[in-house]
Design a protein around this ligand. Structure first.
Ligand code: EAX
Length: 326
């Protein structure tokens, strides 16, 4: 009886396959990110979604998971490595914990402008960095953009490095960032972005640092009175896929994904530029005071830690190469 039954099932299953050769099952794909839909992350995710839909003739069902719906950046990267989440758009914040080569881009004041950063990311330095992620279960597709990071905080104005003294600033879970803030006398508190708003609201930290437009899209003006435009780190964003998900795609599908990621990276840079240009006016309107600061003293104050970390981590030559590309 059992055999007859299972043979019947086999027959039904087989005929379903034989009878519907044209029905290609849509591949579902989640893109996780911690920022909102109206940020540059949302712009990149939407661009990827529509581009892939177009190129693959609806073969992929792309779901956007904004605002930390699938966890913080560190958790999502782990989830990519395990093949649970297919894709992410993430800052490099926690990435150095998985591939220490990426720390190179997290050094303070190594990129002089957006043009300089783009030149480096689009050169063999940036492209080899993406390739290297494959050794860690992550397929690096393209460099999008988070932006230059600025301080937002409550308390006395920060206009020069010594004003940072004792400030409890949230940093990303990144040892280069932590060391930089400590060297300036600040008391950095590393945490996932998903916990930052509540920590600011409860006053367990005084401030945070991120591209200024994220203070608009994440409504940080509700809990922060001031901002200082210190531009201390340039923050790239990686558009990345789970290596095992990537390996399971056909060559044609991989090409569609890669091309769509390139379009998304471009959209992300454009969106960042637009949102950043509007941010100061919007934040002032929301009652924040924005200080433009002389960054030279900050560049000088971070010179010793830049030098020390570069030599400890073996990046002295790479930093010189980056500087020469300005
Ligand atoms: O990736 O954690 C952070 O501060 C990041 O810059 C932000 O969530 C975007």
């Amino acid at each position: 009886m059992k055999t007859i039954k299972s043979n019947v099932f086999k027959c039904i299953a087989l005929s379903a396959v034989v009878l519907s050769p044209l029905a290609v099952e849509a591949k579902s794909l989640n893109i996780a990110f911690t920022q909102t839909m109206d940020s540059q992350y949302g712009a990149a995710a939407k661009a990827f979604q529509s581009e892939l839909d177009k190129r693959s003739n609806h073969e992929f069902k792309v779901d956007l998971k904004p605002a930390g719906a699938l966890g913080g950046e560190r958790e999502v990267i782990e989830s990519l490595q395990l093949g649970i989440t297919a894709m992410t758009i993430s800052s490099t914040g926690p990435l150095g914990n998985f591939d220490k080569d990426v720390y190179l881009f997290d050094f303070p004041y190594i990129f002089k402008s957006y043009d300089h950063a783009h030149k480096v990311l689009d050169s063999s330095i940036g492209q080899n960095m993406l390739k290297g992620l494959s050794n860690h279960g992550i397929k690096g597709l393209a460099w999008g953009e988070n932006g230059f990071r600025q301080l937002t905080y409550n308390g006395p104005a920060i206009l020069k490095p010594s004003d940072m003294d004792g400030n409890k600033i949230r940093t990303m879970e990144n040892k280069v960032h932590l060391a930089t803030f400590k060297s300036l006398g600040s008391a950095p508190v590393p945490m996932s972005w998903t916990e930052v708003f509540t920590a600011l609201q409860q006053g367990t930290i005084d401030g945070q640092e991120n591209p200024i437009n994220l203070a608009v899209t994440s409504k940080l003006y509700e809990v922060q009175k001031q901002a200082s435009m210190t531009q201390h780190f340039y923050s790239p964003a990686v558009i990345a896929m789970s290596q095992s998900y990537w390996d399971g795609l056909s060559q044609q599908e991989q090409q569609w994904v890669q091309e769509s990621a390139n379009v998304a990276a471009k959209a992300m840079r454009e969106s960042r530029a637009k949102l950043e240009a509007e941010a100061m006016t919007e934040l002032t309107k929301q009652g924040m005071t924005i200080h433009t600061v002389d960054i030279e003293p900050f560049i000088e104050a971070t010179a010793p830690i830049r030098k020390k970390l570069a030599s400890d981590m073996g990046f002295t030559q790479q930093l010189a190469d980056i500087e020469a590309m300005n």
